[in-house]
Design a protein around this ligand. Sequence first.
Ligand code: GLU
Length: 461
Amino acid sequence: MPVTVRFAPSPTGHIHVGNARTALFNWLFARSHDGNFILRFDDTDVQRARAEYATSILTDLRWLGIEPDRIERQSERFAAYDQAAETLKAKGLLYACYETPDELDRIRSRRRARGLPPVYDRRALKLSDGERAGLAAEGRKAHWRFLLPNFVDDPAKMQRTECSWDDVYRGHQTIDLASMSDPVLIREDGTYLYTLPSVVDDVDMGVSHVIRGDDHVTNTAAQIALFEALGAAAPVFGHHNLLQSETGEGLSKRTGALSIGALREDGLEPMAVASFASLIGTSEPVQPARSMAELIRLYSVARVNKAPARFSLDELRGLNTKIVAQSSFAEVAGRLSVLGVDCDENFWMAVRDNIQTLSEAADWWQIVGGDIEGAADADDAEFLAEAAQCLPPEPWDTTTWSVWTSALKDRTGRKGKQLFMPLRLALTGRDRGPELAALLPFFGRPSTMARLSEPTGRRRN
Ligand code: GLU
């Protein structure tokens, strides 16, 4: 059977970097096993699911370098879920219950008081047809529970029944099916909870590996039982650690924090986000992969930790800086031009080591060619006037800076920071940035003269 994985977001918000991590784990797994990646929209909740979120999820995945082999929507598959529900009902494995939340609370407390696990006691199984009809006549609507296989003959006598699987990330896992309530698969209003549709889809779509966050571990035992009840083999499961915010909270689609869209707007490179999301919380150092192929190699040697992973904007920005510095002119020329930077390779090579994001190249393009506000100290005006006097004639190249500053050093006796900083402040308006030796030719002599003669606080070109 070919490897088939699925990333199954509910389109109820924009995906964040933690969701992207799950998508990437699936993608890297599929690609390293020559397998298929299905994007499955879990949109059974028609009230909350929105088409624009589905579109934005697809945009975000593509931006990260993930192109699904197949796209599926649960909202188009209700007939399959209805059929599975009928199959389970016919086998006596899906049964109608009528308890209200308050009644359920009371049942649980009573069981707790008797030293029993606080699970649903299956009293609805004992209802006669007449009692059921009576409840329906009172206007009570049934919710439907799946009968877990944790008993021998009498469902009321639950007994320890181990459900085990070898988890891709967590190793051997065992859950006692008697420690859980029979899961509700269908609500009073007839809508499906996620449990059954997910299993039906995994069967129908030939999913071989379910890779998802470890918040789903407890669903897995019930889902394995469901696969079996539907006569299908359960897939392999892998539950990875979740990504938390910098302050240790869970990430939420609803808050929009750390959404992929926001990181993209901040000018982060897709491979920086993909490398960070895939390697954080693993035994592999977080390092920049320049391509998916490289990330597949790094990821396959990484082991995913059990403890939650922590987001770090500094670390992500650090990766971005490295990726930008490693990008060739050919790789970025198109995007630079969109940013209004119609530069040649020399300019890119002059700035790429000193910027965190590509858009900062546009700032430097503006600094060398447009208006800036000089930031030199007024006390340096005389020194800068002397600097103007020993400015070499054009043509200029990358050696001009050292010719100029050597002459200026001899003339003024200044050296080190005292020599360079006033020049940098007057020319760029900033106290740090790319090597001035590389930048100087882009200013040109007239503009440099103008900046030296009005070095403080005024706008000029
Ligand atoms: N829609 C579910 C979620 O977003 C999918 C879980 C799964 O992968 O099975 O949590």
